[in-house]
Design a protein around this ligand. Structure first.
Ligand SMILES: [Fe+2]
Length: 469
């Protein structure tokens, strides 16, 4: 058996074992809670919870109870050793109530359990668990355009669940899930949200949402509780821009349904100024400005205006979706390719801290567009290949990416979920002895070259691409 085949065998064996294990519901108390999700808080010490109750009546104190996992006993939730964090509630149109609360004071690398206010005082949800990670070196998952309901709610949820389970086998300690937007197909559909939040892993790690064009409705705002939200910046009916820090990284999430570039620029400027020490500045927004297709005038407009903001504030990476086709660009600055990979001279003695195949980050920004992570909708890219493209893939199977971040390196590894082969891999580094946008540029063989098999499914097919709206 070759190493490759052995790896695939081990993966699917692990998947089978994982599916046989008990779900992460630790104890059942009251079933009247749904649409549970939590986002990162302002820092790694906080989490922002959102959940719904469907029983009519009021929740006198919408709250999250949190305790150490190690204090859980056969007697159930250790209430006497827990902390309760209260928040606020809002009635929804169909008899449901939306609740939000922030948990603070979390320690790193710790296992916690939690439960949510389920109705009247003293009634609680099932008990779930989450883990806080090591912020010095962490992994995140990047997913795109789950878009539940684009094809069929049940089929789309099955695809979404499958992707999540496989992604968490690859990155079981992922710090959070980055979603590049279009969580649902119909922005006003509670049924689609019910499906979107139904996979069990959604209750076990933070989720970072982005407002896609399909999400742009007030209903979105009742499902997510995001940190540092700025309702004067990029605001639409669904919400505004927001940001958070996690260890060495500053994540700024843009609502690209708003094209008020002045507001977006001010938002990024203010967040970046408050966190000058951030090693990595990462933007996530739904619409890609460097996509797989011949750009429409609207895309060119966004490329010019968003691009100049990212140039000005030294954004390292922009994570997007919308096109349902995977794209990784070369480094872009002033709408030009800077240091194409082919031009990097080989370096025979790289510093020890630089992984094999890594690129020392030049000035400029790396753009990633995630493919669909549910398989609800696929597209073909244009037949033309553009200078800015380093990789483009539309394998017609769900994909996800693992992003690994340390103080010196940013790695992205992208997988197709049918056979768990690696579709793309890339590492950029900022050596600690050089500035964040160092001028020493180098590289050896990019990871993608090692993963040449992935080229087999790079589709070069008929244009044009109909942008999903
Ligand atoms: Fe979209």
């Amino acid at each position: 058996m070759t190493l490759c085949r052995l790896g695939v065998f081990v993966f699917f064996a692990a998947l089978a074992i994982a599916l046989l294990l008990p779900a992460t519901v630790l104890a059942t108390e009251t079933p009247d809670v749904s649409n549970i999700v939590f986002t990162p808080g302002r820092t790694e010490n906080e989490l922002n919870f959102t959940w719904q109750t469907t029983r009519r009546g009021t929740v006198s104190e919408p709250g999250v109870q949190v305790a150490l996992r190690s204090d859980m006993t056969d007697a159930g939730f250790p209430e006497d050793k827990s902390l309760t964090f209260t928040g606020k509630s809002a009635a929804l149109v169909d008899g449901r109530t939306s609740h939000k609360a922030t948990v603070s004071g979390l320690a790193p690398s710790t296992a916690y359990i939690y439960r949510l206010g389920a109705g009247q005082t003293g009634e609680w949800s099932d008990i779930y668990e989450f883990f806080t990670g090591n912020v010095e070196a962490y992994s995140a998952l990047l997913i795109g355009d789950v878009q539940i309901g684009a094809k069929d709610i049940n089929d789309d949820v099955a695809g979404w669940r499958d992707t999540l389970e496989k992604a968490l086998l690859i990155a079981p300690n992922a710090a959070f899930i980055l979603s590049a937007g279009d969580q649902v197909q119909t922005s006003s559909s509670q049924d689609e949200y019910d499906g979107f939040f139904s996979p069990a892993p959604m209750k076990n790690l933070p989720f970072v949402p982005t407002i896609g064009n399909h999400d742009n409705n007030e209903l979105y705002s009742y499902h997510f509780n995001v940190p540092n939200e700025n309702f004067k910046s990029g605001a639409t009916a669904a919400g505004g821009n927001y940001y958070f820090t996690y260890g060495n990284s500053l994540f700024m999430v843009i609502n690209s349904n708003s094209l008020n570039y002045w507001q977006h620029a001010a938002f990024i400027r203010d967040a970046a100024r408050k966190h000058r020490d951030a090693r990595w500045k990462i933007v996530m927004m739904h619409h890609s400005i460097y996509g797989p297709d011949i750009p429409r005038s609207a895309t060119l407009h966004m490329r010019k205006n968003f691009g100049s903001i990212f140039d000005k504030y030294g954004i390292d990476a922009v994570l997007s979706g919308h096109d349902h086709i995977y794209v990784r660009t070369r480094f872009m600055l002033k709408e030009q390719v800077v240091q194409p990979l082919d031009d990097f001279p080989a370096r025979s003695t790289p510093p020890a801290e630089i992984p094999t195949g890594a690129v020392i980050k030049p000035k400029g920004t790396l753009y990633i567009a995630a493919a669909t992570s549910s398989g609800s909708k696929y597209y073909d890219p244009a037949s033309q290949f553009f200078d800015y493209l380093a990789e483009r893939a539309s394998p017609y199977v769900p994909m996800f990416s693992q992003i690994n971040i340390t103080n010196t390196s940013f790695e992205i590894i992208s997988y197709r979920t049918d056979n768990m082969s690696v579709a793309d891999g890339f590492v950029m580094v900022k050596p600690s002895t050089e500035s964040a946008s160092g001028s020493v540029l180098v590289i050896s063989i990019p990871v993608i070259a090692v993963l040449g098999a992935s080229a087999a499914f790079i589709l070069i097919r008929k244009p044009p691409h109909v942008v999903p709206m």
